[in-house]
Structure formats: structure tokens, C-alpha cells
Design a binder for this molecule. Structure first.
Ligand code: ATP
Ligand code: MG
Length: 558
């Protein structure tokens, strides 16, 4: 379940910051960063990290950087850089003029590696990747020292220079930190800090054939930018001793080095997370791209209809903690409902129409009836809805042989049409196959909405649209990506929800929908919240996505 224990309390990272400020550490500065690898789209987990880092900077009068962690040319792609920028801007988090690329620090990282060699803290190793693994030992067994470990500083400088100068093939040599092969923490057993990789880099081109390893590069990136609190996720906890080791051993950074703080990743029920898996779904065609509204990507949530506010509020509410947890996706849905409740105008849409002919209503007559745009937000005003002799109602709002407690339309029963009149069903018209094609009803002119009619009550109220004036629309109903609440990631493709996308055509919406814009959001009475999708073409068919249904299964716990 969710991290509600953190709600309302100052999170543990803010507590660390408060202490640092009290001790005048970092001159009381707070400087955070978000460091994405440009190897996929951002997802809601990243949004949590962005909101956390940006929020801490904002609340503490500090600064927030965006830094592309592009130290691995094998996996990265320039095309992801722009979508990441767009997504973070859309979320409303601002790095001002502080957009950086880790690859711009390659020269510095090289110089710092030379400094470590000169201090006798790094050496060039000729062991192969397999041998290094073998020598590393296990959790219960200490590692073995490489026969190359005791090379002289001069020899190491010479070999490292040659590594840079393209003398060797990939994998022939590596640079390693010289720490302790018997350390109980495997990450401290002489980790590799540079490897040879003949790869073109999206930023530095072919300038380099050696690239720094993440664990070595990251603390340097943070320290160069003057980051005070380097916030990352729990899987890096065991890497922290090496993070600290790097900065403590470099002259530029050993005074008040950046501190790494870990928090638990966000996971959602019924949702696959992790760029690797999302990428696989995109590449193998299980979804319609990275921004498919079923995806937990920021661009998917945006296309689905989520607002930046709802995502930021969600991230705030779930809090941060040190222990792994899976948040109920119902909480994310709760957050968008809360945001749209007062903001989204209400309108009527018939998703599966059946025609109703009001036989006692004059042919050719049109009345414009008044309707509140949102009774909970009177300032949103009113609109006029055309009413005439033929209207559409929802097919499932009629039953020829109703069960008990069915209060909607059936032969002989009277219901209210929202914002209009009471109607009563008199006759059911069928085609030769016995399918219902029309309902013949009569209306009572005395029962007009807004006139204060109190003569009698009806139990059912239906939404409807004018058959003559309504507009055709395509409506896409989305459901959870995964069938199970929680699942393990093996064979996740077999666990996808086959009904996660249902496309309805021939839906009918109110005529003023033609005057709305892409990304406008509405509440369709009784159906949920919807957004006009960008697939809507000017002057052509309207396309709506359902953001979320109206019912909530999640209630805020105090
Ligand atoms: P993934 O596991 O989805 O592939 P990643 O960690 O490899 O993500 P990066 O681009 O390296 O993606 O991450 C950028 C930042 O986002 C990191 O600081 C990382 O810890 C954080 N982050 C990634 N996933 C989550 C998550 N589920 N919840 C919170 N923060 C996350
Ligand atoms: Mg990563």
C-alpha cells in the first residue's frame, strides 16, 4: 500500500537538510539535480524524483539542475534528450539556465583519473572482464588482487595515456581504483573506473575511445556542479562508500563533498515500470508508442489527460521513504479526479446511442435549454443545449424487461432527461432481426427543468443529446496496463491486460464540442473525465480519451 506514514510529516531528506543548514554545512546552500540517462522516455517514477529534487530546492531557496547523464554512448540517443526536456517543462519544474551534460566533463574526469593514479589510488589492469569478475570474489569470499595491481605510477600514467590515445582494443585494458580486494562491500573491491569503448558519442563524437564508469563519473558530475544533496534511489546505497571515496580523494572536492541520499523507488500497482520494459513494449508493438495513454510515461499520462498539477500533488502525497513500497494506482486516479472536479466543465455524451422519438413534441421545433457547466463551480457559467423531437440516450439506459430496482427507461416507465423534461416510454420499435432501433416516448411539457416542477418524482435521470444537433466522436476507453495488482517482471508480456484499450465509434457529443480545443478536458456525465486527443483533426472527427472513470476506490486515510 501507499506510503501514507510519510504524509504530513517533514520528509527525512528535509530533516537532513535542516540539520545541514543548522550546522552551516555547504554555507547553508541547497542544490539538487535530476540526472536522467537519455535512453528512453521518463515515467511516473522519474516524475517523483523530479518533483522531489525540484521541490527541495524550491522550499529551501536553493537551485535545481537538469543534467543528462550521458556517459554510456552504447545506450543513449539524442532523440530522447528533447522529449525529456519537454516532459520536465510540462511538469512545471524549472532548471533556469542550468542544463548540463555529463559528457561535457569528460576532460575533467580524465584529469581526475590521472590525479588518482598519481596518488597511487588507481592502476591499469590487463585482466579480461571475465577474469576481473572471477577475481572479485563473492559476498562470503574476499577477492584476489590482480597481478597488475602494483604497477608503478609512471607505468600507470603511460598505459592510461595510451588507453586514451587509441593504442588498445576494446576490453584489452581498464583503469581501476585501488582500494581493498578484501572489503566486505564488493563495490569497494577495486572497481573499474574507465573502460575502452570505440563508440561515437552523441555529444563528443569520436574524441574519446575511453569512457568513465557511472559510479566514478556521477560523484564528479555532482561535485563539479556544486550539488549539495545528491538524491538517488535505494539500489545505490551500497555504492555510496565508493561515491564518498572518489570525492574524498580528489583535492578539488574533499572539503564538504556532496552527500548521496537514497530513497525508495516508486512502483504502482497494475503498472509496469522501468525504461527497459517500456522500451520493449514500444519496440515490439504492444502499445502505440512511448506516449500511449496506457503507458506510465509522463508523455503517456499527458496524452491520457493527466494534468501536471495532479501528478505533482500525487508525488507530494505519497511522500518519500527508505522502504520499498508499491503505491495503489487508485491514488493517482484520485489525484486527477480531485484536480478536475472543479476545473472540468460537465457535458453530456452518449457513447452507445439509441434513438428516442418524442412523438408529442412538434416536428421542426428546437428549444435551447439552460445547463450549468459545473454545479460545483458556479463561476463556470451556463450553456444552452438544443432539444428537439429526436434525441439519443445510452443503449444500456433502456431495458425491455427490466430487473427489480432498474430505475431507468423501460416500457411504461417515466424518467427525467437531465436539463430537459420527463419522458415516458410507450413503444419499442425493432427491425426484422428483432433488434431495438428506436424508442417512442412522450414528454410532459409541465416538467421542464428549472421551472420548479414538483408535481411528481421520478427515480431515474438520464443523459442525452439531440439527434439532429449532436456531433459524432470517437471515444477511447483505457484500462490498466496489467491484469494483476502486483506481478513479477518475468513474462510480463503475458500478463498484459487484453482490454486495456477499447475504441468506440459513433458516439454522440454536445454540439458545442466543435468549438473546443485539443487537450481541453471535460466530465462526461456518468462516464468519467475525458480529454480531446491530439488525433482530433481540424473540422473532422473528434477523438476523446477517457482519463479516468468517476468512481474512486481510494479514500484518503488520515
Ligand atoms: P529505470 O529503472 O526506469 O530504467 P533509471 O533509474 O535507469 O530508470 P535514470 O535515467 O538513470 O533511469 O534515472 C534518473 C533518476 O530517476 C535517477 O536518480 C533514478 O534514481 C530516478 N528514478 C528512476 N526510476 C525511479 C522510480 N521508479 N522512482 C523514483 N525515482 C526513480
Ligand atoms: Mg539507469
Amino acid at each position: 500500500m501507499s506510503d501514507n506514514n510519510n504524509y504530513d510529516s517533514v520528509n527525512f531528506i528535509q530533516k537532513i537538510i535542516n540539520e545541514d543548514k543548522a550546522n552551516n554545512k555547504y554555507d547553508s546552500r541547497v542544490h539538487t539535480r535530476f540526472p536522467p540517462e537519455p535512453n528512453g522516455y521518463l515515467h511516473i517514477g522519474h516524475a517523483k524524483s523530479i518533483c522531489l529534487n525540484y521541490g527541495l530546492a524550491e522550499k529551501n531557496g536553493g537551485k535545481f539542475n537538469l543534467r543528462f547523464d550521458d556517459t554510456n554512448p552504447l545506450k543513449e540517443d539524442e532523440t530522447y534528450v528533447q522529449t525529456i526536456i519537454d516532459d520536465i517543462k510540462w511538469l512545471g519544474c524549472d532548471w533556469e539556465d542550468r542544463l548540463f551534460y555529463a559528457s561535457n566533463y569528460f576532460d575533467k574526469m580524465y584529469e581526475y583519473a590521472v590525479e588518482l593514479i598519481e596518488k597511487g589510488l588507481a592502476y591499469v589492469d590487463d585482466l579480461s572482464a571475465d577474469e576481473i569478475r572471477e577475481y572479485r570474489g563473492t559476498l562470503t569470499q574476499p577477492g584476489k588482487e590482480s597481478p597488475y595491481r602494483n604497477r608503478t605510477v609512471e607505468e600507470n600514467i603511460d598505459l592510461f595515456t595510451k588507453m586514451k590515445d587509441d593504442v588498445y582494443k576494446d576490453g584489452e585494458k581498464v583503469l581501476r581504483a585501488k582500494i581493498d580486494m578484501a572489503s566486505p562491500n564488493i563495490n569497494m573491491r577495486d572497481p573499474v573506473i574507465y573502460r575502452i569503448m570505440h563508440q561515437t558519442h552523441h555529444n563528443t563524437g569520436d574524441k574519446w575511445c575511453i569512457y568513465p564508469m557511472y559510479d566514478y563519473a556521477h560523484p564528479i558530475e555532482d561535485a563539479i556542479e556544486g550539488i549539495t544533496h545528491s538524491i538517488c534511489t535505494l539500489e545505490f546505497e551500497d555504492h555510496r562508500p565508493f561515491y564518498d571515496w572518489v570525492l574524498e580523494n580528489l583535492n578539488d572536492f574533499k572539503e564538504e563533498p556532496t552527500q548521496q541520499i537514497e530513497f525508495a523507488k516508486l512502483f504502482l500497482t497494475k503498472t509496469m515500470m522501468g525504461k527497459r520494459y517500456l522500451k520493449q513494449m514500444v519496440e515490439e508493438g504492444y502499445v502505440d508508442g512511448w506516449d500511449d495513454p496506457r503507458m506510465p510515461t509522463i508523455s503517456g499520462l499527458r496524452k491520457r489527460g493527466y494534468t501536471p498539477e495532479s501528478i505533482r500533488n500525487f508525488c507530494e502525497e505519497i511522500g518519500v521513504s527508505k522502504s520499498h513500497s508499491v503505491v495503489d494506482i487508485a491514488m493517482l486516479e484520485h489525484s486527477i479526479r480531485e484536480d478536475l472536479k472543479l476545473k472540468a466543465p460537465r457535458t453530456m455524451a452518449v457513447l452507445n446511442p439509441i434513438k428516442v422519438i418524442i412523438t408529442n413534441y412538434p416536428e421542426g421545433k428546437v428549444e435551447y435549454l439552460e445547463a450549468d457547466n459545473n454545479p460545483e463551480s458556479p463561476e463556470m457559467g451556463k450553456r444552452k443545449i438544443p432539444f428537439c423531437r429526436e434525441v439519443y440516450i445510452e443503449r444500456e439506459d433502456f431495458m425491455e424487461q427490466p430487473p427489480k430496482k432498474f430505475y431507468r427507461l423501460y416500457p411504461g416507465n417515466e424518467v427525467r432527461l437531465r436539463h430537459a423534461y420527463f419522458i415516458k416510454c410507450n413503444e419499442v420499435i425493432k427491425n426484422d432481426n428483432g433488434e431495438i432501433i428506436e424508442l417512442h416516448c412522450t414528454y410532459d411539457p409541465e416538467t421542464k427543468s428549472g421551472t420548479g416542477f414538483t408535481g411528481r418524482k421520478v427515480k431515474g435521470t438520464l443523459h442525452w443529446v439531440s439527434a439532429e444537433h449532436s456531433v459524432d466522436a470517437e471515444v477511447r476507453l483505457y484500462d490498466y496496463m496489467m491484469q494483476e495488482e502486483d506481478f513479477d517482471k518475468t513474462n510480463f508480456l503475458e500478463k498484459l491486460n487484453p482490454k486495456s484499450k477499447v475504441v468506440l465509434n459513433g458516439c454522440k457529443v454536445e454540439p458545442d464540442m466543435l468549438n473546443k480545443k485539443i487537450e481541453d478536458r471535460f466530465q462526461f456525465l456518468r462516464h468519467g473525465y475525458f480529454i480531446i486527443d491530439k488525433d482530433t483533426e481540424e473540422g473532422k472527427k473528434l477523438v476523446f480519451n477517457r482519463i479516468v472513470s468517476l468512481k474512486s476506490s481510494w479514500k484518503k486515510k488520515k
